[in-house]
Design a protein around this ligand. Structure first.
Ligand code: NAP
Ligand code: MG
Length: 404
């Protein structure tokens, strides 16, 4: 069988620990035998980031801008404990995902991979719900303090023109806490565009929720910018039969629970933090969540939502065969290959990505799955826990049959 040819390289960002092991296995067993894989490789493994003073992360993000599609392995974000574990680290390097996100000015879309054998906790959910979380500002870039005595707090904006604007936040008669938060029109606009673009790309309705009845100016600004940006997408939405739907966050929560799923739910930063954990848990497992970073110009980076699965890696280092779930990482690859195929007009590459996903579903539906999923399987289905390697072999076998 001839291998499928590619014309433009995929930006490949390698990572850390157990996911780095899975990364190589996925390439060896599921991709390289079938695709004449062209990638521009960046090693985002912690030690290489350290050696390059994190330049490799910046280079990888810039390459993504250049080529348009990337696939990324999970990476360690160093903390105090990691500094002790890796004494050669010269700095507590920032989160690669944060660095890439700010260079690409992107929005993260998280969606569950749903299978028949695992029913969502919310029984009427039939299709995946994708959460789009705004990744800039609000409480995450706020300042706060505590005061002891009675008094008044004011907030002042000083324009470069010299103009000033002051409001009284509150007068208090005793100890109090205070918080100053902001967001930028530019960031909100990028977020809105990324959401509308992704809705068009994936042919799903877009919901957006804030609390503009309370935060009339702050959240009202989000609502207004979304409305303005929607003007540029209205015709496309109509053509595809899609809806843009704005509602209050509390109303959205109630509607989401009663819905069948199958749409994108755009949330402000904090709402997205909370709701994405709720939605992903209700759908089953973190190991089945995919994550796509989309920038307003359509540049995309695919990855798994989970981390480097450290505990499994330590077992692997002791020589144990682990049952780590490679699904989300496989889907990062299939997503990126499908997108590359679409952009370059290589139907065989897009079809390969689809068949790879089908082969994964067939394997799971045959009851062959990693240990994390076996415990979640509904009554009436039988499932057997296999190692990561056995799972990948079972997928490879089915993939081969589909491609034959
Ligand atoms: P994690 O790697 O997501 O794993 C947490 C636990 O979830 C695991 O111990 C495992 O539970 C379960 N799990 C996650 N993915 C799984 C999979 N594919 N198959 C089976 N079980 C899975 O989170 P963490 O341990 O908090 O973080 C580890 C490292 O990952 C950290 O250094 C963090 O900085 C990094 N991280 C990176 C990213 C990213 O690059 N996108 C995201 C998050 C975290 P059991 O042990 O019970 O089996
Ligand atoms: Mg969180």
């Amino acid at each position: 069988m001839d291998k499928i040819r590619m014309t433009t390289p995929l930006v490949e960002m390698d990572g850390d620990e157990m996911t780095r092991i899975l990364w190589q296995m996925i390439k060896d067993k599921l991709i390289l035998p079938f695709v004449d894989l062209k990638t521009e490789y960046y090693d985002l493994g912690l030690l290489h980031r350290n050696e390059t003073k994190d330049q490799v992360t910046v280079d990888a993000a810039n390459a993504t801008k250049k080529y348009g599609v990337a696939v990324k392995c999970a990476t360690i974000t160093p903390n105090k404990q990691r500094m002790e574990e890796y004494p050669q680290l010269t700095e507590m390097w920032k989160s690669p995902n944060g660095t890439i996100r700010s260079i690409l000015d992107g929005t993260v879309f998280r969606a569950p991979i749903c299978i028949d054998a695992i029913k969502p906790v919310v029984k009427n959910w039939k299709k995946p719900i994708t959460i789009a979380r705004h990744a800039y500002g609000d409480v995450y870039k706020s300042v706060d303090f505590h005061t002891e005595e009675p008094g008044e707090c004011t907030m002042t904006f000083k324009g470069v023109s010299g103009e000033e604007h002051t409001v009284c936040v509150q007068k208090v008669d005793g100890p109090a806490v205070w918080q100053g938060a902001h967001n930028k029109d530019k960031s909100i606009r990028s977020f809105a565009r990324a959401c509308f673009q992704y809705a068009v790309d994936t042919k799903q309705d877009l919901w957006f929720s804030t609390k503009d009845t309370i935060a009339k100016i702050y959240d009202g600004n989000f609502k207004k910018i979304f409305e303005e940006e929607f003007e540029g997408y209205k015709a496309k939405f109509e053509e595809l039969g899609l809806t843009y739907f704005y509602t209050l966050i509390d109303d959205a929560v109630a509607r989401v629970i009663r819905s069948e799923g199958g749409y994108i739910w755009a949330c402000k930063n904090y709402d997205g933090d909370v709701m994405s954990d709720m939605v992903s848990t209700a759908f089953g497992s973190l190991a089945m969540m995919t994550s796509v970073l989309v920038s307003p110009d359509g540049t995309t980076e695919y990855e798994a939502a989970h981390g480097t699965v450290t505990k499994h890696y330590y077992k692997y280092l002791k020589g144990e065969k682990t049952s780590t779930n490679p699904m989300a990482t496989i889907f990062a690859w299939s997503g990126a290959l499908k997108k590359r195929g679409e952009l370059d007009g290589i139907a065989a590459l897009t079809a390969f990505g689809e068949k790879l996903e089908e082969a994964c579903f067939d394997t799971l539906n045959a009851g062959i799955m990693t240990r994390d999923l076996v415990g979640l399987v509904d009554e009436g289905f039988t499932a057997k826990a296999v190692t990561s390697e056995e799972f990948l072999d079972a997928v490879a076998q089915r993939l081969q049959e589909k491609l034959a």
